[in-house]
Design a protein around this ligand. Structure first.
Ligand code: PLP
Length: 380
């Protein structure tokens, strides 16, 4: 049997990871400033994470949500304390798309409405409602077409005011748009969104799947605007590579048995991986580290010649060139062994390193970027 060929691949076979580094089958070292789409939060194969998962697997790996799994409550307690969403309830599932699917369903269950507002440039996943709320027709099959989704321009308060009504079930918005090119919602836009959602009884869903878990230098990116969401979705950095996701739900939403469900969500291993991640984030003060090293990196990149714009916060950084970034990205990987990412804007390079990144490691990237930029600009 062959693999269904949907991914363009680098000709690299990582066999080991340690912190910010990957090692391939030939023993070559790579610096990972992308974390496999923002997934690696505490660094590859962190010893605490490995020990906890190893110990858990030797005891019990899985049972369904028909029995008590104490690790789930430990996870909820630790997540509540670190995120500031202590009084919210946690529903555990397996992927970002599934978290958003459940969040949108929950909003519609809550107020009985059908329409959803999403934004231009949004990415919320590839399952039916999540992909319908994703602003990319190329990944929507005809069956995903959904007349209930309204796309509005980014950061446009006027358009938002006009579109809001008593028919809207939810607004879904990323804390910082990731795939869309690391685009920040303005503070005033987020504040207006909160006010308008309250005014019309609309659920405000913050998709923190990429921007959450300390990446922005806040636990959740939207917290920089000092607003609270009704529902927050999480995945990626939550499990540092173990598939785990969640929905944080305001206490105003009443649960009933059977309302939501999943077979694998919150199993022993998934919950343990997520607990280990939170332990390390707290112990190693990784939210503060993301803020410090991120600010340094953003300032330094901004000063380089050939850069059009740098966007983002903490260790979620979008670097805009005047030209497509593919040649630069290729050089960074092939000549300097540094992984970076792309975005839907071909001129935007996405940098999403583990939150453990140090300034000396950031300097290695800056030196490589500076020398690649000279060559790239000359050769285009
Ligand atoms: C903001 C955002 N939401 C949702 C998703 C979907 O997550 P998953 O691929 O785990 O389904 C992604 C993935 O890139 C994302 O960046």
């Amino acid at each position: 049997m062959k693999l269904f060929d949907v991914y363009p691949l680098f000709d690299i076979t990582p066999v080991r990871g340690e912190g910010v580094y990957l090692y391939d089958d030939k023993g070559e070292q790579y610096m990972d400033l992308y974390g496999g789409h923002a997934v690696i939060s505490i660094g590859h194969s962190h010893p605490h994470y490995v020990n906890m998962l190893d110990k858990q697997l030797r005891q019990i790996g899985f049972y369904s949500n028909s029995v008590r799994i104490p690790q789930q409550q430990e996870l909820a307690d630790k997540l509540g304390a670190l995120s500031g969403y202590n009084d919210y309830h946690l529903f555990l599932c397996n992927s970002g798309a599934e978290a958003n699917e459940n969040a949108l369903k929950l909003a519609s269950f809550q107020n009985g409405r059908k329409k959803i507002i999403a934004f231009e440039g949004a990415f919320h996943g590839r399952t039916s409602l999540a992909v319908a709320a994703t602003h990319d027709p190329s990944i929507q099959a005809p069956i995903n077409e959904n007349a209930n989704i309204i796309f509005l321009p980014w950061n446009d308060e006027g358009a938002l005011r006009t579109a809001m009504s008593n028919e809207i079930a939810a607004v879904i918005i990323e804390g910082i748009q990731g795939v869309g090119g690391v685009r920040m919602p303005s503070i005033s836009f987020l504040k207006s969104l909160r006010t308008l959602c309250d005014q019309y009884g609309v659920s405000l869903i913050l998709d923190e799947i990429q921007s959450g878990y300390g990446r922005s230098g806040y636990f959740f990116a939207h917290q920089y605007a000092d607003i609270q969401a009704d529902i927050v979705t999480i995945a990626k950095g939550m499990g540092n590579g173990f598939p785990v996701a969640g929905v944080l739900i305001s206490p105003d939403y009443k649960a009933r048995h059977g309302l939501l469900g999943t077979t694998f969500g919150g199993n022993y291993l998934a919950a343990t991986a997520a607990i280990a991640v939170l332990d390390v984030i707290k112990e190693e003060r990784l939210v503060a580290n993301a803020a410090n090293v991120g600010t340094y990196l953003i300032d330094q990149v901004q000063a380089l010649p050939g850069i059009k714009e740098v966007r983002g916060m903490g260790l979620m950084i979008g670097i805009d060139l005047h030209v497509p970034c593919a040649p630069l990205r290729k050089r960074l990987l092939e000549e300097y062994h540094i992984f970076t990412g792309t975005s839907s804007n071909k001129n935007t390079l996405r940098v999403l390193p583990p939150l453990t990144l140090t300034k000396p490691q950031a300097d290695i990237f800056l030196a490589a970027l500076a020398s690649c930029l000279k060559l790239t600009t000359v050769n285009i």
